[in-house]
Unconditional design. Structure first.
Length: 332
C-alpha cells in the first residue's frame, strides 16, 4: 500500500521514538527478536564460475529481469540535494552491471587472488548482506527500512526520502540512491531527502509465495543456495571444516543472512578486491573480514542517533505543514 502524507506523518513520528528506544536494553532485545530470520542465501565460490562465457552473469540478468518494473523513472530536471550542489542520477547508466546501482541490485566481482603461491580465479556475487541487526534499519529516520521476520532487509520505496543514512552506516555501503523520484517530490522537494534508496530485498515477494529468489533459481551451477538459515549455517561450517575452507557473513556486522564459502581466505579476497576491483566510485563493495556494526562504537552510535530522530522530526513537520496547506488529497 502506498504511503500517504498522513500515514507518513505517523511513521516519521514513531521512527524518532524508535531510534531513541533502540539505545536501551529493551530496544536491543526487541530488535534481536525481530531479526531472527528463517531464510538465508549461501554462495559457494568454489562452484561459481561467474558465467565467464556471458557478457552478464545469469544471476545478475535474472535479478534485473525480475525487478525491472520496480526500477526508478526520475522526473527531470533533477534538483540538487539542499544545501549541497549535487545529486545522484544513475538513469543514464542503467545498463551498468559491474557495480550496485538503483538499476542493478547484484553484480559479480571477477578476481585473481594470490593463494598458496598461485593465482586463483574467484567470482563473487555481491548484494545486500541482510544483516541480523541491520544498522540501516535501526537508523532510518523515516521508518521505512525493515528487517522482515523471514530474513530480508526491505526498503519501502513509497516512503523513502533518500536521505542515504542507510548507506552511511552500512559497513559495505550497499544501498544506492536515485534522485528525482519518491515521496519527497510531493512533500519537501527542496529541503528534505533527495530520492529513493534501492538494494536487493532477497525477492521478498517471491519468498512470501514460497519461491526462491531469482538469483538462486537462475544459477546453472547451484552456486547460490537458498533455504533455512540455520541449516545453511550448519552446512557452511561443516563444509569449511571438511574442506579446510572459510565462511563469510556469519559473524560480520554481528551476523547476516548471506553466507559465502571459499577455500581462499577472505582476507586475501578482500585484498584482491581493493587492488583489482576498487575504483573509489559508489556501488563497489569490499569484503572486509570481521567488520563491526557501527552502532557498537559509542561515538558513531551517538552521532547516528542524534541525526536520525532530527531528520524524522523535520520530515514530520514538513509533512504536517503540507497536510494543513493542501488537505488530504493524497489519501485516495
Amino acid at each position: 500500500m502506498p504511503i500517504t502524507r498522513r500515514s507518513f506523518l505517523k511513521r516519521a513520528a514513531v521512527s524518532g521514538i524508535s531510534a531513541a528506544t533502540i539505545m536501551t536494553g529493551a530496544g536491543k532485545a526487541a530488535a534481536a527478536s525481530v531479526a531472527e530470520g528463517n531464510y538465508a542465501l549461501l554462495h559457494d565460490l568454489e562452484k561459481c564460475d561467474g558465467c565467464s562465457h556471458l557478457d552478464t552473469p545469469l544471476c545478475v540478468s535474472a535479478c534485473r529481469l525480475k525487478n525491472q518494473t520496480r526500477f526508478p523513472e526520475p522526473e527531470k530536471p533533477i534538483g540538487d540535494y539542499w544545501p549541497q550542489k549535487s545529486h545522484e542520477d544513475w538513469s543514464e547508466k542503467r545498463n551498468l552491471t559491474n557495480r550496485l546501482t538503483p538499476y542493478n541490485w547484484t553484480y559479480v566481482q571477477h578476481l585473481e587472488v594470490n593463494h598458496n603461491g598461485r593465482l586463483v580465479k574467484v567470482h563473487i556475487p555481491r548484494k545486500c548482506m541482510h544483516c541480523d541487526l541491520p544498522p540501516c534499519s535501526t537508523l532510518c529516520p523515516f521508518g521505512v527500512n525493515d528487517k522482515m521476520p523471514e530474513g530480508p532487509v526491505v526498503i519501502n520505496p513509497n516512503g523513502c526520502f533518500g536521505g542515504a543514512k542507510c548507506r552511511d552506516v552500512c559497513p559495505w555501503h550497499i544501498p544506492q540512491r536515485q534522485g528525482g523520484v519518491g515521496l519527497y517530490l510531493k512533500i519537501a522537494p527542496t529541503y528534505a531527502g533527495g530520492g529513493v534508496m534501492y538494494k536487493c530485498d532477497m525477492c521478498y515477494d517471491l519468498l512470501q509465495k514460497g519461491e526462491k529468489p531469482a538469483c538462486a533459481s537462475a544459477c546453472p551451477r547451484g552456486a547460490i543456495r537458498f533455504g533455512d538459515k540455520e541449516e545453511l549455517r550448519a552446512y557452511a561450517h561443516q563444509w569449511a571444516q571438511e574442506n579446510n575452507g572459510y565462511v563469510y557473513g556469519d559473524t560480520e556486522n554481528g551476523g547476516t543472512s548471506n553466507f559465502y564459502l571459499s577455500k581462499v581466505p577472505f582476507e586475501a579476497i578482500n585484498q584482491a578486491i581493493m587492488e583489482q576491483d576498487w575504483d573509489g566510485k559508489p556501488g563497489k563493495i569490499n569484503m572486509a573480514v570481521n567488520s563491526k556494526n557501527p552502532l557498537d562504537e559509542p561515538d558513531k552510535m551517538m552521532s547516528g542517533f542524534m541525526l536520525a530522530p532530527v531528520a524524522g522530526i523535520m520530515a514530520a513537520g514538513l509533512t504536517a505543514y503540507n497536510i494543513m496547506k493542501g488537505g488530504d488529497e493524497d489519501e485516495n
